[in-house]
Design a protein around this ligand. Structure first.
Ligand code: NFS
Ligand code: SF4
Length: 655
């Protein structure tokens, strides 16, 4: 049976329309290429193909004598574990290198070498400085910022054996102890990644459990890099506060110069926002009605959160934005930019502009972006887009008329402000009290990508709706948030349509005090993928308020359409933190029962968090609900017992 009828490919109405147009015009998309790749190699799909040395590839068939091990004698569990953790090394590298660039920019801003950047959020700077132990009394802001930046850069490569500052100062005492005892607290981000590559070199580590622990150390290094990226980005560009905007291809405007920022690093996209504002007049001078900036993927999320820039598409449908015929320039920085966008550009007038020396696509235009000349570079790119506007081919213009309202900008601080309107003395207790009272069942954090192996946006939206109906409070980041945005779940419309009675009451109570005319959304958008650390701050605050450990907290996570190495890395630190985590795509670990067992069961015994792999949205939602209900029930029982015997709450029971 073909899975390629439009409604089996995506639930996004704009994407359906564009895919039909693509088929009619003979334009190839990721959906076609996915089909052409079938059937995908079973060895690769189950993780049993080893290419770590060039004696390989060694493909393991456990039942076939001689093929039950690699040429070097590596067992299937070694091979599957090594393959898995090398994804984590890739993900941690991507996130932390992004964080490093932000840290350097903060350093250079403080030293006066990055004149177009400034310290926008002074309060956050002071808060972060205090958190990581930097003296602030009587010091100039730039001086403090310099120390904070250096402290962050030290987390990448310091030589002592203390765990990284951005890890230890963001998690609770119990998790700090846990990571120390299990020896997975990284002392330096770069070292834990390099060490993992060393550990998985041929002939180093053959012990799958030890390899996985090495992987978790790199995953916590990933957390560290993400966490400092979020903090320092807020310092440079401001901590997000509520914004009202829109999402889906209907945000493109035929009468304006349309520019998409695509990728991840806000150092560029934020400058493009400023440049576009400044050059609006130049666009008008050539006959356009202005400049319309839109976002794709996580750099889109960054500027959505801080500037209310609308989202055009998420990862899965990125190519389709070009097919509208009105995208004048797509600016890319790093990560998740499908090289296919260049092929699409060849059929339209759109130019793809690359900006990073480590991220180029043959045939695209390269305008190098440097922090020292940031504004000048951003203006150059915007002017390029204005020029392209004149080259549009009117006969190719087709903008699907779909867009939904989005209320976003819910940083951890904004969430606390919101809860603080109901209880200024203890904002977080507004959330935890609602759980204790049974009004809401707990919290689910959504993250992750799109993946051609599943229907675009489908599982994310279905699981969110089902959890909302069952009174689960929902937060999200990344391309999952993109799916929710396009489906109307990031607005009050979503609350009306899908919130269960308890969740609705809870959100409406917040809404009354919020002062937000647009109302509050069903799912609270907490940012880009690096901002998953904001979600981690939320669960840590909740656990501390309830005086329990994170693994006891009614908090789950879901990445219904996980795709990238970064997603695997995030999932791995999320389970280490004690959160049951659903993944809606089977990662290549089924080839080893042992590795699969560690991910889904043993992890629970050691860390309290574990993976739930389920490709069926209805059954995944049920499993997530079960976990929340069980944890909430246990929490209440233990509180009653503690009250009865006038004792402290047990801190060791399994949630
Ligand atoms: Ni996260 Fe965000 Fe999207 Fe996945 Fe890619 S853009 S960083 S990796 S695909 S959510
Ligand atoms: Fe084969 Fe061993 Fe080389 Fe892997 S490391 S490719 S199993 S010989």
């Amino acid at each position: 049976m073909s899975t390629q009828t439009p409604d089996r490919r995506t639930i996004d109405p704009a994407a359906v329309e564009m895919l039909e147009a693509a088929a009619a015009a003979g334009i190839q998309t990721a959906w076609d290429r996915y089909k052409a790749q079938q059937p995908q190699c079973k060895f690769g799909n189950t993780g049993v193909c080893c290419r770590i040395c060039i004696q390989g590839p060694c493909r393991i068939v456990p039942t076939k004598p001689g093929m039950d091990k690699g040429i070097c004698g590596a067992s299937v569990y070694t091979i599957v574990a090594r393959n898995l953790v090398r994804y984590i090394a890739g993900g941690a590298s991507a996130h932390s290198d992004h964080g490093r660039e932000i840290a350097y920019t903060l350093l250079h801003t403080a030293e006066g070498h990055a004149p177009d950047y400034k310290i926008t959020d002074k309060n956050k700077l002071l808060k972060v400085a205090k958190k990581v132990g930097i003296e602030t009394e009587g010091r100039e802001l730039n001086d403090i910022a310099r120390s904070v930046a250096i402290k962050a850069l030290e987390d990448f490569g310091k030589y002592d054996s203390e765990p990284c500052a951005w890890l230890t100062t963001n998690i609770d005492e119990e998790r700090n102890r846990k990571f120390k005892h299990t020896t997975i607290a990284p002392t330096a981000i770069d070292r834990s990644i390099a060490q993992l590559l060393h550990q998985t070199h041929i002939g180093t580590d053959a012990d799958p459990v030890n390899i996985i622990f090495g992987g978790l150390r790199a995953a916590l290094a990933d957390y560290t890099g993400m966490s400092l990226a979020t903090d320092l980005t807020d310092i440079l560009f401001g901590t997000p506060t509520p914004v009202v905007t829109e999402a889906n291809l209907g945000v493109l405007d035929a009468e304006k110069v349309n520019i998409a920022v695509h990728g991840h690093n806000p150092l560029l996209s934020q400058m493009v926002v400023y440049a576009a504002r400044e050059l609006e007049g130049e666009a008008i001078a050539i006959g356009a009605k202005g400049i319309n900036l839109v976002g794709i993927c996580c750099t889109g999320n960054e500027v959505l959160m801080r500037e209310g820039v609308p989202t055009a598409t998420n990862f899965g449908s990125q190519e389709l934005a070009i097919m509208t015929g009105v995208l004048d320039t797509m600016i890319m920085d790093v990560q998740c930019i499908a090289p296919a966008v260049k092929d699409l550009c060849n059929c339209f007038h759109t130019h793809l502009v690359s900006t990073s020396h480590i991220s180029k696509v043959p045939g695209s235009i390269h305008i190098e972006f440097n922090e020292a000349t940031a504004m000048e570079d951003a203006k150059k790119i915007v002017r390029h887009a204005i020029e392209r506007y004149k080259k549009r081919k009117p006969e190719l213009i087709k903008i699907p008329p779909y867009k939904k309202q989005v209320v976003g900008g819910f940083s951890f601080e904004t969430m606390m402000d919101l809860f603080g309107k109901l209880n200024p003395d203890s904002p977080i207790s507004v959330l935890t009290d609602a759980i204790l009272a049974g009004e809401i069942k707990g919290v689910c954090g959504f993250a992750g990508c799109n993946n051609q192996k599943v229907v675009h946006d489908h599982a994310s939206v279905e699981i969110a709706k089902e959890l909302a109906r069952n009174d689960v409070f929902l937060v999200s980041t990344g391309c999952a948030a993109g799916a929710f945005a396009k489906a109307g779940l990031l607005s009050a419309e979503g609350v009306e349509a899908y919130a269960g009675p308890g969740l609705k009451k809870f959100i409406k109570r917040l809404e009354e005090k919020s002062g937000l005319n647009a109302g509050l959304p069903l799912v609270f958008h907490m940012g880009s993928c690096v901002d998953n650390t904001r979600i981690a701050n939320l669960w840590t605050a909740m656990a501390e308020e309830l005086k329990i450990t994170v693994p006891q907290l009614p908090f789950v996570a879901s990445a219904p359409e996980a795709m990238s190495e970064k997603a695997i890395s995030i999932g791995s630190w999320v389970i280490s933190m004690g959160i049951p985590t659903h993944v809606g795509v089977l990662p290549p670990i089924e080839g080893s029962e042992l590795v699969y067992g560690v991910a889904t069961q043993i992890a629970r015994d050691v860390f309290g968090g574990y993976f739930i792999f389920d490709t069926d949205p209805a059954s995944a939602a049920k499993k997530l609900l079960d976990r929340l209900e069980k944890r909430a029930w246990k929490l209440k029982i233990h509180r009653q017992t503690a009250e009865k015997y006038d004792s402290d709450l047990a801190r060791v029971y399994e949630g």
